[in-house]
Design a protein around this ligand. Structure first.
Ligand code: NIG
Length: 390
């Protein structure tokens, strides 16, 4: 049965061929979709079997959240409070979540992940990547990925998150374990391999070994890079052909030049910098140099416990010096590119029917009205997954 979303006041398609500017904007528009796929985008008044009246609201592509750690148990609000009182963020807190995740049943992990995925839907996120990384042994990483694949096709094996306590300082032994037994168990449940390239986690050679092993097993590569300080991560991500270098909080001129000359997306995670009291990345400098960028929530229990892409967009405009248009595109088409997906992030014929109706006349209200819930309804693969509240 075909459906038309009619009387759209302002439609962002992200397709220059369909409308004005890089966002491909149409006014007084409608979208027809059938069996989960967009059939046509055009002026208001197109006919279909069923009509959803947008009543002059703004419609945007569903958000594509290309970096999350949704599978975990436990709570680290005490750690967050200590940080707000002046403690620095360090990778060490990850062990707290590892202990809680290992202790949780698979059913409990699935229930917790489902709750977070539903929360993300209510925030307008129609595509989500989900990493492991709180299991840190073959059985627990595999269990976490089996949970993740119930909610996403973009699952990422992050065995190289930190060295688990039982390995002490035997980091190279653990890396070998990640590249062999853990990878063999995790790969059938993963599309991507990732590593945390940072002081206190893994160095460039260790991350290179992990990414190379993952690629040899058929996985795509992505990397946590330059989160807590300058380092080799961004340039390693480019060297390894990663789809995305994530965080990029500290970027040198050489990092920016390497990204600009590559097809690696720089994924900014500004809610992390907010929640860890880090400086914000200079997205303006990167974009002006020709770097392709994405925005993601990095929803996780330690450094960024939010599913609000609207919050990330507001931070990106206020603190990363992106325009509203750049931020919206980064949270939609940018995320799709970071996941090397061509079926989402754009509203055009042949693409998945993923759309968000905003309770606002313009996407600019996402920044102009920070903290206000502006998601009116969400359609994912042609199905209304978030209905307007009455
Ligand atoms: O992307 N940086 C490493 N991993 C997560 C944080 C994980 C945690 O603190 O639990 C991140 O920020």
């Amino acid at each position: 049965m075909s459906v038309v979303v009619d009387n759209i006041g302002l439609l962002v398609t992200n397709d220059r061929a369909l409308g004005e500017g890089p966002l491909g904007i149409l006014r007084d528009a409608s979208i027809v979709f059938d069996r989960g796929v967009v059939v046509s985008v055009g002026p208001a008044g197109q006919i279909a079997d069923e009509t959803i009246d947008a009543s002059d609201r703004c419609v945007i592509p569903g958000f594509v959240d290309s970096h999350t750690h949704l599978v975990f148990a436990g709570d680290r609000s005490d750690e967050f409070a200590a940080r707000m009182a002046g403690q620095p963020y360090s990778a060490g807190g990850i062990q707290t979540s590892v202990a809680a995740t290992r202790a949780a049943s698979t059913a409990d992990l699935a229930g917790l992940t489902n709750g977070r995925r539903e929360e993300a839907r209510r925030a307008g996120i129609t595509t989500v990547e989900i990493k492991s990384g709180y299991g840190l042994d073959a059985a627990n990483e595999t269990r976490c990925l089996q949970v993740a694949e119930q909610f996403s096709n973009d699952t990422t094996f992050l065995g190289a998150h930190v060295v688990p306590a039982e390995f002490g300082d035997r980091t190279d032994d653990y890396v070998h374990h990640v590249c062999t037994d853990m990878l063999a168990a995790a790969a059938p449940h993963s599309r991507w391999i990732d590593a945390f390239c940072e002081v206190g986690a893994f160095d460039a050679d260790q991350c290179r070994a992990v990414l190379a092993a993952g690629k040899a097993a058929g996985l795509g590569a992505r990397l946590h890079a330059n989160q807590l300080g300058p380092g080799p991560g961004v340039q390693l991500a480019v060297e390894m052909g990663c789809a995305s270098a994530d965080h990029c909080t500290f970027l040198t001129d050489a990092d920016i030049a390497a990204l600009a000359a590559s097809d690696t997306i720089a994924t900014f995670l500004p809610a992390t910098d907010f929640s860890t009291r880090q400086p914000y990345p200079d997205a303006r400098r990167a974009i002006d140099a020709g770097v392709n960028v994405a925005l993601a929530t990095n929803c996780n229990p330690g450094s960024s416990y939010t599913t609000s892409m609207s919050f990330c967009i507001a931070l990106a405009v206020r603190d990363l010096r992106m325009t509203a248009e750049e931020a919206l595109m980064a949270a939609t088409l940018g995320g799709a590119r970071a996941l090397r997906r061509s079926d989402v992030g754009v509203i055009a014929a042949g693409k998945r029917a993923d759309l968000v109706i905003l309770d606002a006349p313009s996407y600019r209200h996402l920044i102009y009205r920070p903290g206000v819930p502006l998601i009116h309804s969400v359609i994912e693969a042609g199905v209304t997954v978030v209905a307007p509240s009455v």
